[in-house]
Design a binder for this molecule. Structure first.
Ligand SMILES: [Zn+2]
Length: 359
């Protein structure tokens, strides 16, 4: 009970004071765009899986992802989550057990959800997904301004909105997101190959790069620059869900889980990262749960349930309680404070950029 309590406290705190001895030296945040807690904690949905409307070949999908027992089912969908994370980390947000995590912002869309997660402030003025620079200072920008992490913070993502959410103009953080190549004077051979591949391929979505490419760009960046704080942002889940392709939605979840496993194993093979890296995995928003159609979308008025989110954590300072089963409420904004805690930083959210000079 006490062990559980420790991490819950972290998620409850706005910022950490008097950090105890932490082993964490690096933090990697991984986000899935609009991945529902329902799939994370219960695996594939029976009705959606059997629907010819949402799956091209339901039998094939069922053979891969269906099982009567939700504990087996979720492991089929996310093997890394339900083996390594479930035994060595923590998973928060299974509402069936009364363990709830929600957005605080009233706008259940991506910019609002990422802003709340990263700046620790559910800004009422962020009500859109427009390409405008975020006025709020994210924990990434905050870290980048500290001598310990300066120049060691980066974002590699699929969605082309991240340069605005992170406000690269003001923060100066390296952000590689959308269908854009890696840039720099010291690119690896593989990055040149990825750039050539990206230039020649037919784009699946104009605003969202395929996650497999994003992942490989992130891995190359890790090997080349050894960042201490990295946000790896997947986007495919939301794209497939909006298109109503439940089979592709499940497959990209499965693929992403495997990519996270590959990343985790690589981290454990590296002197800089082994036993010194905390992984935080989260989502920007949930999806509707009202009827059989509403899983495709999200938003406050028409899609209740899309404010329901989840978070998973694994690292040397996280007690290995697995799936957290205590009745409790958590909020998206607590992720920023939790990242700050692991980095040993004090972080006060919703400071205006004008007050930066007084930090
Ligand atoms: Zn969406």
């Amino acid at each position: 009970m006490k062990r559980q309590w420790i991490i819950l406290c972290l998620l409850f705190s706005w910022y950490a004071s008097d950090a105890q001895e932490l082993k964490t030296e690096n933090v990697i945040l991984i986000t899935f765009d609009g991945l529902r807690w329902q799939e994370v904690f219960s695996g594939a949905d029976k009705k959606l899986l059997r629907s010819e409307k949402y799956c091209a070949s339901p039998d094939e999908v069922a053979a891969q992802f269906w099982h009567r027992d939700p504990a087996v089912r979720r492991k089929r969908l996310m093997p890394f989550f339900w083996s390594t994370l479930a035994t060595e980390g923590q998973l928060i947000g299974n509402r069936r057990l009364g363990n709830k995590m929600s957005l605080t912002t009233k706008y259940w869309i991506s910019y609002s959800g990422y802003n709340e997660m990263l700046s620790g402030y559910p800004d009422p003025d962020v009500q859109h997904n427009r390409k405008v620079n975020n006025r709020n200072v994210t924990i990434l920008e905050w870290a980048n301004r500290q001598p310990l992490y300066s120049g060691k913070v980066a974002v590699v993502g699929s969605w082309d909105m991240f340069p605005y959410i992170i406000n690269t103009e003001r923060s100066g953080i390296y952000v590689n997101a959308g269908n854009v190549p890696a840039t720099g004077s010291n690119l690896t051979v593989k990055e040149h190959l990825l750039n050539a591949q990206l230039a020649q391929m037919q784009l699946r979505w104009p605003a969202v790069r395929q996650d497999t490419l994003t992942f490989q760009y992130a891995m190359e960046y890790l090997k080349r620059e050894h960042p201490r704080v990295l946000h790896l942002a997947f986007g495919g889940t939301d794209e497939y869900a909006h298109k109503g392709k439940y089979d592709a939605y499940l497959r990209i979840i499965y693929q992403s889980d495997a990519m996270i496993q590959e990343l985790w194993e690589w981290l454990q093979s590296q002197e800089q990262y082994r036993n010194k890296t905390t992984l935080i995995i989260a989502t920007d928003h949930g999806r509707g749960h009202l009827d059989r159609r509403s899983w495709k979308k999200h938003g406050r008025i028409w899609y209740p349930g899309s404010n329901h989110v989840w978070v998973a954590v694994i690292g040397p300072d996280t007690p290995p309680v697995g799936e957290v089963k205590v009745k409790a409420r958590h909020y998206q904004y607590q992720i920023a404070g939790t990242i700050a805690y692991f980095l040993g930083l004090r972080f006060s959210p919703h400071q205006s950029p004008q007050s930066l000079s007084s930090w």
